[in-house]
Design a protein around this ligand. Structure first.
Ligand code: PT1
Length: 258
């Protein structure tokens, strides 16, 4: 899954892909480089980010989705927590919903049930403004898995098809480095739920903490994390650097035999 941000404040490529044509060009390059899904978001969710009003989010993403859908052969995913953005994005041609809030906003579960598209349910403790202010868990991996299974059950109860549910532990969303590491080690337990798993670690603080590097020098660390996650059974990795990540997959998946 390749990331296209249309936010002026995105943490890793802020302002770089703001224009509609630039966003489409970038997405085409990611498709050529091996991406299977393009994820577009109009509201930054990095630590400290402010929320965006509905109309502004719609103005940012809907024209880009229309253009992307007309030019790409791979599906477009909409990264949003707002039910109305989900509905308008799918009407504009988006084929997947990626919600860092796991459909906890009013109307979101109903929207996904109506739209009948795949949905990624992600775990987050708190909200982006405050999530890194001293997150506390007794058992981070168990709590994240239990939360995701409860959200998945809520979806099933509302008529979402089991085949359309993807789970994401939410690296960096209300987690310390130690908690992110524990979550990573427990990925096999999340995979064992039977739902496909998605992870996003690309260019995040946890990679910075492990390498001592700022962006854009977190590329190598991010690629290694993506390779390890897929070796642990994760189905989808959300990344900024598709070409580099795909090269690593080609080598790792050919040479590794457990
Ligand atoms: C993610 C994700 C996402 N991450 C899914 N969607 C972001 N499904 C946006 C940091 O610690 O992991 N999964 N959509 C980006 N959010 C963050 C969070 C960016 C933390 C940076 C950090 O630096």
């Amino acid at each position: 899954m390749g990331v296209v941000n249309v936010t002026p404040d995105s943490f890793s490529d802020g302002g770089q892909w703001l224009g509609k044509d630039d966003a489409v060009q970038h997405a085409l390059l990611m498709q050529d480089a091996g991406a299977d899904i393009i994820d577009i978001g109009g509201e930054s969710t990095r630590p400290g980010a402010q929320s965006v009003p509905l109309q502004q989010e719609l103005d940012r993403v809907i024209p880009v989705i229309k253009k992307l859908v007309s030019q790409l052969s791979i599906p477009v995913s909409i990264d949003t927590s707002k039910a109305e953005v989900m509905r308008q994005a799918v009407a504009a041609g988006a084929g997947m919903i990626n919600d860092v809030n796991a459909l906890r906003e009013v109307g979101a579960v109903e929207a996904v049930a109506d739209l009948a598209v795949p949905v990624c349910l992600m775990h987050m403790l708190g909200d982006p403004r405050v999530m890194q202010h001293n997150p506390v868990y007794d058992d981070v991996a168990g709590e994240v898995r239990d939360f995701l299974l409860v959200r998945a059950q809520t979806c099933l109860d509302s008529g979402v098809s089991a085949q359309n549910i993807v789970l994401d532990p939410g690296f960096g969303f209300g987690k310390t480095l130690q908690q992110n590491i524990e979550l990573f080690h427990a990925l096999p337990d999340l995979v064992a739920t039977g739902y496909p798993c998605l992870v996003g670690m690309s260019r995040k603080t946890m990679i910075g903490q492990l390498t001592g590097r700022e962006n854009p020098d977190r590329l190598l660390g991010s690629v290694v994390a993506a390779v390890l996650a897929t070796r642990m059974g994760v189905a989808i990795v959300r990344v900024h650097d598709v070409q580099e990540t795909f090269d690593a997959f080609k080598v790792a998946n050919t040479l590794w035999r457990a």
